[in-house]
Structures are given as C-alpha cells and as structure tokens.
Write a protein that binds this ligand. Structure first.
Ligand code: NAI
Length: 335
C-alpha cells in the first residue's frame, strides 16, 4: 500500500461482510454516517436522547441505544467527544464487545494515552479526517476529497488496516488522499498545532493590536487591518494556490524584504524553549494529565481563561465593527 492512498488503491470489500455501527451523530458522526450510507452501506446509528438523535431521525436513520449497536455491529466508529469517550466506553461499549470487533477512532487521543484499551481480539483503528464535519459532508457531495490520517496497531490483525482504509474511502477521503500514520503521530500533530501554532498566531495578533493602539493608532482601523478585512484569509488561501513561500511574491518588494529579514528574530531562545516544552508535554502525557485534572475539577481555569480572552480590548473594537464584519463574512460564505 502506498503511504498516501487514493481511491484506486483501496478496496471497499474489506467492509462488505461487516455491520458498521456509528456512536454519535454530531460534527463527524452525521457527516460520516451520511457519506457511508451514500457509499452503499447501511450504518447503524447509536445516540443518547438529545437533539442529535432528532437530527439522525430526520436524516432517515433509526437510532438505537449505544449498547445495542455495539452488540449488533462489528466495525464500531466512536464519534463522540474525546473527553467523554473513556466513560462511555467503560459503561456502554466494552461490556458488549466480541472477538473480531474493530473499534474505529477519529482521533488518536484515547488510544495513544491509553485511556481506552480495547481487549485482546478487538482491533483498534484510526480514521482521522483533517477536516471539520460540515466540510466532510460538503466535499463528499461535491465529489471532492479531504485528507485523513489512517492507522492500525501493530499488535492487531493486518486486516484491521484494510478496514480503516475502506472506511477512509467510504467517507470520501481517498478521493484526495488518506495518509498511513499512527495514533501517536495524529495526537502530536493535532495537539502541537493547538498548543503552539494557533496560540502563537493569536498571541502575535494581540501584540500587533496592543502595540499599535499603544502607539496612537485607531483600534478599529487596527482590528480591520488585523482580521476583519479578510486579508488574513486571502494570504492563507494564497499559500495553497501559490505555495507557502510562493505567496510572498504577491506582496510588495518592501513587504517581502520586511518579512524575510525579520522572521528569524521572531523566534528568540525563550520562545524556542516554550515550543520544546509544548511538544514534550504532549508526547510525555503531561498535558493529558493536566487537562484530565482540569476536567475533574469542573474546569475552573478554563472559565477564567475564557473570561480573560473575551475581556481583551480587541473584542470591544470588533463589537463596534459588527456591521463591517457581517459584510465581509457574507462575502466568504460560499468560498
Ligand atoms: P461532537 O461534539 O459533535 O459530538 C456530539 C455527539 O456526541 C452527539 O451525538 C452527542 O449525543 C454525543 N455525546 C456527547 N456527550 C455524550 C455522552 N456523555 N454520552 C454519549 N454521547 C455523548 O463530536 P465531534 O466533534 O464530532 O468529535 C467526534 C470525534 O471526531 C472525536 O474523536 C474528535 O476528536 C474527532 N474529530 C473531530 C473533528 C471536528 O471537526 N469536530 C475533526 C476531526 C476529528
């Protein structure tokens, strides 16, 4: 099998004698269930009694209790939030698992951190779309694909990986490409973006706002320049169209020189130490333990951090520019 599998590399027959069960009908659950059904299978849906269950019924599915679906199905997709999976697994999934069943995860989180350890004879695979649920469905409908990371455990039957790849095809990913990966790689890539890349970008944006306002610039003009104009999005799109560095050529010579000559200064040793600390915290399980303790305590720090974020003066400027924000948002609706 190639490292990047496309439609022609993958045979759906690995799923033909299987009953597919989907636990959860949220972001990923709904998109994957509809795509799998449109790919010619009849997935069984399990959901607790809540609004998501009503959506599944509206979409034409019969909705069953979780235990029932685990009993009936032999390829079971865990599509509920990572934080609740261990508790749901222990109480409603594990008691009904049988030898030969395969549990499929859309992230590596619980398998890598061993908060879910399927028993001997039960396979654990990963089909992790690198795409939000709404787009998983939308791209499928447009006959386009999206990347996903696929993995099986070395200790499991190699047939499990064929099931993972077949699922990647059934949800529409292999139209673009499913990467053979590992639970660890998915976790490290995902959490490192969440703990280094995005907070780094957010912090620099806030510094940009704070320093310019401090130097006398109008906060609403700075907020417009920062993100409300949509230039940020255009640059991100140009990175795909022209390449990560190629897009620099769309900027003036002055801008190109400014960016190329200053970028290394933006990574002083203190920042590199934070970057190392973040990746070590993820790989060692230190962050996992911190987040588990935070949840156990009722998320007091999360509430405090949210409060601090929404009290930033940038939020105030954004609120004053609501009408402009709506106009720009509308222009991005169909892009
Ligand atoms: P979600 O937040 O949309 O999940 C909602 C679903 O979980 C509903 O069906 C709800 O009934 C069920 N649920 C919530 N709490 C429950 C509980 N205590 N007991 C039983 N059911 C419960 O979840 P989402 O975002 O679709 O994530 C599912 C998996 O997909 C996760 O492993 C996540 O890491 C992964 N993933 C999510 C992506 C996204 O776009 N949100 C992207 C790629 C992967």
């Amino acid at each position: 099998m190639p490292r990047i599998c496309r439609d022609d590399d993958v045979d759906l027959s690995a799923l033909s004698a299987r009953t597919i069960g989907i636990i959860g009908y949220g972001n990923q659950g709904r998109a994957q269930a509809l795509n799998i059904r449109d790919s010619g299978f009849q997935p069984m849906i399990a959901n607790r009694d809540d609004g998501y269950k009503d959506v599944a019924i509206k979409d034409g599915f019969a909705v069953h209790p979780i235990g029932h679906v685990v009993k009936e199905a032999d390829v079971i997709l865990m599509l509920i939030p990572d934080e609740v999976q261990p508790q749901v697994y222990e109480s409603q999934v594990k008691p009904h698992l049988e030898t030969g069943d395969v549990l499929c995860f859309a992230s590596g989180y619980n398998v890598f951190y061993r908060t879910i350890e399927p028993p001997a004879g039960v396979g654990a695979i990963m089909v992790a779309p690198r795409m939000i649920g709404a787009a998983v469905r939308d791209l499928y409908m447009k006959r386009l694909g999206f990347p996903c990371l696929v993995a099986g455990r070395e200790t499991d039957d190699p047939q499990c990986l064929s099931i993972a790849l077949a699922l990647a095809k059934a949800i529409g990913s292999t139209r673009l490409g499913a990467f053979q990966s590992s639970f660890r790689e998915e976790v490290v890539i995902d959490l490192f973006a969440e703990q280094m890349l995005w907070p780094g970008i957010i912090k620099l944006c806030l510094l940009y706002f704070e320093k310019l306002v401090e130097s006398g610039c109008d906060p609403e003009i700075v907020a417009t320049e920062l993100h409300l104009s949509g230039e940020f999005v255009e640059i991100a799109k140009a990175m795909i169209t022209h390449g990560f560095f190629g897009q620099l050529k769309l900027h003036s010579q002055t801008s190109q020189y400014g960016q190329l000559s200053r970028m290394d200064r933006m990574a002083p040793p203190e920042l590199l130490a934070c970057v190392d600390e973040a990746i070590q915290g993820i790989a060692s399980g230190r962050f996992h333990a911190e987040w588990a303790a935070e949840q156990q305590a009722g998320k007091p720090n999360m509430r405090r951090l949210w409060q601090k974020a929404i009290e930033h003066p940038l939020a105030n400027s954004e609120a004053k520019l609501e009408a402009l924000r709506r106009i720009v948002a509308k222009s991005y609706e169909n892009t």
